[in-house]
Design a protein around this ligand. Structure first.
Ligand code: GLN
Length: 485
């Protein structure tokens, strides 16, 4: 196994023992990209010189005998909606072609402060709208376990890059499932933290009341280390929670269960592929064997979640994406002859179909006359969805559920079946609407593709999710598996 395919914790141990250098890890990532990413298509690009300079600085710190954090010298690649100072940021959209970030996102700055090598920009659905990464305006990303299939999305580049061993860690963003679903489809671990746990400053906005940044890695511990580095309050983001960040790695060792686990009946109803269901049931059986109590819970408003999400998220997107006007930001049409044309033609040329669809839908639900009927009502149902979860948490420590009703589909297969793509997010969307943390963990295979389950926690209780997820991981060998590329 190349260095680039190993876990962050393994690499940190090799670095600490001075058996390898940060430069060697990074060079192994470059070599692996050269060898396999022509077939996977996860990276949109990277700046080798900048990344190597960061690696050399890490090696120099280590040579001096400085006390270093666990991520020092570890490469962490970014979804292409997270700003890296002086580097391109496109959100995989033609709209942002040629745009260069003038500053680091807070998550980028925090990772740098921990000595991590923050590098590369990873493919995604345009502006994070999609569930297969096929909506990218840049390129197609292939699932490393079966190149004819989608990696999931919208953080498909992030999940595929980790699964293919191109970078040990990556960040993604999750508005309706975009970290957990591709993690599940690519056989890696992904966490969507509590809304507000991680700053969104410097992260291109999709739906601001739902967006959350989180890590993707091979193991629960790697993901916990990465979350440790990026979590916390931020004067630049009023929604970033100032609550102190627990020491995840220490505290998760102290939590050993047994837990009371909620299993929501609505998540196992029609539509769940029986082979996927069987894998989730194995995970439930595992926890039962560990002495956990399994309790049926009901989240009745789940049935409305997808509809509510496509009202609220598109409303927010229509407002957030108004800034791409061809004047302050974004592609400017060369055909435009007056001011109105600059807006209309630039946006028509710059945005892809799915993004346009969402802007139109979002503008519609915010229009006077429809605002109360759609937007305000959706906000009320959103409260009911959160109430369902909070009621369940009165009885259980966390909830176990599938991530996706199916395994990843063939590239191109769902191109015209939008409704079925939207409905595929039925298990992830309610979690964003309720603002809760959730982690996706590999638990088996169905139709020869990876399957993950998710653990959904109480607000700010990421620690319990890490502890319980790690208990499952350590009893199985999924974290050690790598696709044969
Ligand atoms: N698939 C969902 C959508 O298209 C979720 C995307 C996301 O979480 N960014 O909106």
């Amino acid at each position: 196994m190349s260095l680039s395919q190993q876990t962050a914790v393994e690499l940190a141990a090799l670095l600490a023992a001075k058996e390898i250098s940060a430069r060697e890890i990074l060079e192994s990532c470059f070599a692996r990209i050269a060898a396999v990413d022509g077939r996977v298509g996860a990276f949109l690009g990277y700046d080798a010189e900048d990344a190597l300079a960061q690696a050399d600085a890490s090696d120099a710190r280590r040579a001096k005998g400085e006390t270093l954090g666990p991520l020092d010298g570890i490469p962490v690649a970014l979804k292409d909606n997270i700003s890296l100072r002086n580097q391109p940021l496109t959100c995989a959209s033609k709209m942002l072609k040629g745009y260069v970030s003038p500053y680091d996102a807070t998550v980028t700055r925090k990772l740098r402060e921990q000595g991590a090598i923050v590098w590369g920009w990873l493919n995604m659905d345009e502006f994070a709208m999609g569930a297969s990464t096929e909506n990218s305006g840049r390129q197609i990303t292939h699932n490393p376990w079966d190149l004819s299939r989608a990696p999931g999305g919208s953080s498909g580049g992030s999940a595929a890059a980790v699964a293919a061993g191109l970078t040990p860690l990556a960040l993604g963003s999750d508005t309706g499932g975009s970290i957990r679903q591709p993690a599940s489809h690519c056989g890696v671990v992904g966490m969507k933290p509590t809304y507000g746990r991680v700053s969104r400053y410097g992260v291109a906005a999709f739906a601001s009341s739902l967006d959350q940044v989180g890590p993707i890695g091979h193991t629960v511990e790697d993901v916990a280390l990465a979350l440790q580095a990026i979590a916390g309050g931020d004067p630049h983001d009023g929604t970033a929670l100032a609550n102190s960040v627990p020491h995840y790695r220490e505290e998760m060792q102290r939590k050993t269960g047994p837990w009371t686990i909620g299993v929501p009946e609505e998540f196992f109803a029609a539509g769940l592929d029986p082979d996927v269901k069987a894998q989730i049931e194995n995970a439930i059986a595992f926890y039962q064997q560990q002495g956990c109590t399994i309790k049926k819970v009901s989240l009745p408003s789940t049935a409305q979640a997808v509809a509510v999400y496509y009202i609220i998220s598109t409303a927010e997107a229509s407002s957030n994406l108004a800034r791409y006007d061809g004047i302050r930001y974004g592609h400017r049409s060369e055909k435009a002859t007056d001011a109105i044309d600059i807006y209309a033609l630039s946006r028509a040329e710059g945005f892809g179909d799915e993004v346009k669809r969402r802007i139109i839908l979002g503008t519609y639900v915010l229009t006077s006359g429809y605002y109360d009927a759609y937007y305000v009502r959706a906000q009320k149902v959103r409260t009911l969805i959160r109430d369902d979860f909070m009621r369940a948490f009165g009885e259980v420590d966390f909830i176990l559920a599938p991530v996706s009703p199916t395994t990843p589909f063939k590239l191109g297969e769902r191109a015209t079946d939008l409704l079925s793509v939207y409905l595929g997010d039925i298990y992830t969307i309610p979690v964003n609407l309720a603002g809760l943390p959730a982690i996706s963990v590999p638990c088996g295979t169905a139709h020869d593709m990876p399957v993950g389950f998710q653990l959904i926690g109480k607000p700010l209780d990421e620690v319990t999710l890490f502890a319980a997820a790690q208990q499952f991981e350590q009893a199985h060998d999924f974290a050690a598996r790598r696709p044969n590329l």
